[in-house]
Design a protein around this ligand. Structure first.
Ligand SMILES: [Zn+2]
Length: 342
């Protein structure tokens, strides 16, 4: 799904940083940016400011421009009130999770609080799971890329629906998963490690409408959620992957491309360099099997590991991921929009 639209890399390593700033210099730059934003900057964390600066190679003017557009977009779309699932509010998941405390281990499943569009999208995805942390404390997202139903995503999901879904997933990442990762690491963590498993991938997935949906999402994420990727590993990549890669690659920011490693079958040692064996599923060379839950480490409807989600009349036909009563409740109930310590 989801955050997977940030792809590539390979053999060459082009460095675009002139010189690495010290932590102190980064803090100073963040404060300069905060001041230049006036009252808009009051509520922003150092991490948020640093993300936009980093995305713009620490250019103040460019960072300010991108951050202002993002804040205006968030206000217009009321993104701060987008509900996110936590253990406390019990909202249904949009991504399966394993190994966190602010959100209980669980799978995507049928639920009357989801919208009809969320169910439709979830049934077309290959299977995603936030699965534990890497050695540096970044949360890991594993995606069964080879099982995405690209044609159905292209033809049977609107741009509006996929954007709502993507935003809800990114907000969940920032407001639940990253909060826990930062607490656990004792320092701000705002990047994730992603693994795309291409097992089962074939030319049947290369559908132009599907790829264009991918582009819409990639543009959206790169504009409003910059610098959230630490590393992306594409594993079990077949030669067919390179066909798609040629199309997708120009859509992506060069800084993103530097973080991507495309690997064939020999990926295990590379993954184990960054991820402890107990945090890596057995099917990727680690020792984790998550046998306590149906679907194992990365549940997938399209691989037949968990049941397809079933729609009922309770699932409203709206573009948001949750039904309208949940969206309304989130405007007044803090439990619906963030992790609230008990
Ligand atoms: Zn596992």
């Amino acid at each position: 799904m989801v955050f997977e639209f940030v792809t590539h890399h390979g053999d060459h390593q082009h460095k675009n940083e002139q010189h690495e700033l010290s932590d102190e210099e980064k803090k100073q730059q963040a404060e300069i940016l905060r001041e230049s934003l006036g009252s808009l900057g009051n509520d922003l964390s150092y991490t948020q400011l640093a993300q936009f600066l980093e995305a713009n190679s620490w250019n103040q003017e460019h960072a300010k421009h991108q951050l202002e557009s993002t804040l205006i977009w968030r206000q217009e779309k009321k993104v701060d009130f987008c509900p996110v699932a936590t253990t406390k509010n019990g909202l249904p998941l949009l991504v399966s999770v394993r190994g966190f405390k602010y959100i209980e281990d669980g799978n995507i499943q049928s639920n009357k609080k989801l919208s009809e569009s969320a169910i439709r999208i979830l049934n077309y995805l290959g299977g995603d799971c936030f699965h534990k942390f890497d050695k540096e404390g970044h949360p890991i997202l594993i995606d069964r890329t080879g099982y995405h139903q690209a044609k159905e995503i292209g033809n049977d999901v609107t741009g509006e629906e996929i954007k709502h879904f993507q935003v809800a997933c990114n907000e969940f990442l920032n407001r639940v998963i990253m909060v826990e990762a930062s607490e656990k690491a004792g320092k701000p963590i705002h990047k994730e490690t992603i693994i795309f498993d291409c097992t089962h991938m074939g030319l049947w997935q290369f559908h132009m409408n599907g790829l264009f949906k991918l582009k819409q999402v990639a543009d959206y994420v790169q504009s409003y959620y910059p610098e959230t990727l630490c590393r992306l590993f594409v594993v079990n990549a077949p030669s067919a992957f390179l066909v798609m890669w040629k199309i997708v690659r120009p859509w992506l920011d060069p800084k993103t491309l530097d973080k991507v490693q495309i690997l064939g079958k020999d990926y295990k040692d590379v993954l184990l360099k960054y991820i402890d064996s107990e945090s890596l599923p057995t099917f990727l060379g680690g020792s984790c099997s998550c046998s306590h839950l149906q679907g194992g480490c990365v549940p997938s409807v399209n691989e037949g590991r968990i049941p397809f989600l079933v729609k009922t009349e309770d699932n409203e036909k709206i573009a948001s991921v949750y039904n309208s009563d949940i969206m309304l409740e989130a405007k007044t109930n803090p439990d619906y929009i963030k992790v609230v310590s008990s």
